[in-house]
Design a protein. Structure first.
Length: 146
């Protein structure tokens, strides 16, 4: 099945796609189980608190498993959602105009991901120009430039 990737047509085997999906499911399941294990590390502390209320250790373990099953998905949404913008902020010299100032770099938002790109930090003026360009391309960036 040919797939266009940035204007380049590449051939992908349906078997390879199925294998990739299966691998992603395995990774997700491992992360989920590791998350549940991490969640259980709070059981002794929680048990000390709920013991005073008359609840046993196994009820605490079950409650923690249920909480882990719920909050795994909440945490996954928070840390991987495009609904949350990711910015880096630092002090230094603007990569575009050379001004020494607070610098910003938009890393990720809906339809925009520069996680693997070379970092480009911009001063307030250059950053506003860049976010205006992104908005003109239809990429939603929070805030107003003007």
């Amino acid at each position: 099945m040919p797939v266009s990737l940035y204007g380049t047509c590449i051939q992908i085997s349906p078997l390879r796609v199925a294998h990739t999906i299966k691998s992603e499911r395995n990774v997700l399941m491992k992360r989920f189980l590791l998350y549940l294990f991490r969640w259980q590390l709070s059981t002794p502390i929680l048990w000390l608190v709920v013991r005073k209320m008359g609840t046993g250790l196994w009820a605490t373990v079950v409650a923690n498993l249920i909480g882990g099953m719920i909050f795994f998905w909440v945490g996954r949404f928070i840390f991987t959602s495009a609904a949350v913008e990711v910015w880096h902020i630092k002090e230094g010299k603007c990569d575009q105009c050379g001004a020494v100032s607070h610098l910003w770099r938009l890393i990720k938002t809906a339809g925009y991901d520069k996680s693997d790109s070379k970092p480009v930090f911009l001063c307030m003026k250059c950053s506003k120009e860049k976010t205006d360009q992104l908005r003109a391309q239809g990429i939603p960036v929070r805030g107003k430039s003007k």
